[in-house]
Design a binder for this molecule. Structure first.
Ligand code: BTN
Length: 333
């Protein structure tokens, strides 16, 4: 397995990188021996391990040394490229050890970075979810990926984009044999046990026609019990859905990138219409009693699918009401 290499890593991150490389096999790491090899004092190395544990990496101390409960492949831009079809290997793909948020990074650089750039991070210090929520982002366990994409369409024509991206995520995961995943309007990919992935679409103002969007995806690959307890809503991960052996994250990242590359192009040309039927096939809110809260007056009704723009259709006492995603939260009534 190659050493993880993270652009932007500071000198103190170097010890973390070496420790992570040693831990990747899942075998116990003799920290005294590793510290000697790295020219460090063992307490300094243990402090690095402690800071990784504090970020949510499930490091255990055993008699034989420090270990992860499973082997893992660190994110690696080269491995992601290698898993892409040759025509997509030139895409701009960055893998960082830590960012505040992959989406914030792309929003900061939106005017300077190539279109269809992808940014991933092993960990985010200020991962963002929808409606200002925090997105927990421990290292080594999940995927945090954002893409900058320019659309010829006006912002108003992008209302169904987060739903379409949900379809793309479901299609990407189908390659690993995962079927039966659902989409919960407007932006959740769900399985029976809870939320598997979240999608955050943010528009960046642009001069001239069209606009650029930053699309962020957080996908749970492995959640520890500790992380699950912190999430505050039912959540599930690929590991559980795959009988304890999730596909390698670099391959999953490549599948997401390929699905986004194709899907975002279709969306630009055909709009949400190209995804409407696939969305309907995964719509978990259809036919369910729902309560909406948020900017609209609280509303109750029954989910009746989505319209041609991707607005949720709610069958209420006074007829069919289309609801735009905006600031709304949908819960079972
Ligand atoms: C949600 O369900 O509320 C959306 C979650 C989106 C999380 C992803 S992780 C990658 C990207 N960076 C962020 O800070 N957020 C998105």
């Amino acid at each position: 397995m190659s050493m993880p290499s993270f652009p932007g890593a500071s000198a103190s991150d170097a010890a973390a990188r070496d420790l992570l490389a040693a831990l990747a096999s899942g075998h116990p790491v003799d920290t005294a021996a590793l510290a000697r090899r790295l020219g460090l004092e063992e307490p300094a190395l243990l402090a690095v391990a402690e800071s990784l544990r504090a970020r949510g990496l499930p490091l255990a101390r055993t008699d034989e040394g420090l270990r992860l409960p499973w082997p893992l492949e660190w994110l690696d831009a080269q491995a992601i490229r290698a898993a892409l079809p040759p025509a997509l290997r030139e895409l701009a793909i960055e893998v960082h050890w830590e960012l505040d948020s992959t989406s914030s990074e792309l929003l900061r650089r939106v005017g300077d970075i190539a279109d269809e750039s992808f940014v991933l991070a092993e960990t985010q210090s200020a991962g963002r979810g929808r409606r200002g929520r925090h997105w927990l982002s421990p290292p080594g366990l999940n995927l945090y990926l954002s893409c900058r994409k320019r659309f010829a369409r006006e912002p108003a024509a992008l209302t169904g984009l987060s739903l379409a991206v949900g379809v793309m995520v479901v299609q990407a995961l189908a390659r690993f044999g995962l079927s039966g995943l659902g989409l919960k309007w407007p932006n959740d990919v769900v399985a029976e046990d809870g939320k598997l992935a979240g999608i955050l679409v943010e528009l960046a103002g642009e001069r001239g026609q069209g606009c650029a969007a930053v699309i962020g995806i957080g996908l749970n690959v492995r959640l520890t019990d500790e992380i699950k307890a912190q999430i505050g809503q039912p959540a599930c991960d690929l590991a559980t859905l795959c009988g304890g052996r999730p596909p390698a994250r670099n391959r999953v990242a490549a599948a997401l990138i390929e699905a986004l590359h194709e899907g975002l192009h279709s969306f630009d040309v055909q709009g949400f219409g190209a995804f409407h039927a696939a969305y309907a096939a995964c719509d978990v809110l259809r036919g369910r009693a729902l309560r909406l809260s948020g900017a609209v007056p609280a509303e109750e009704g029954v989910g009746a699918g989505v319209d041609a723009r991707g607005a949720l259709l709610l069958r209420t006492a006074h007829g069919l009401v289309p609801v735009d995603s905006g600031e709304v939260t949908v819960r079972p009534a």
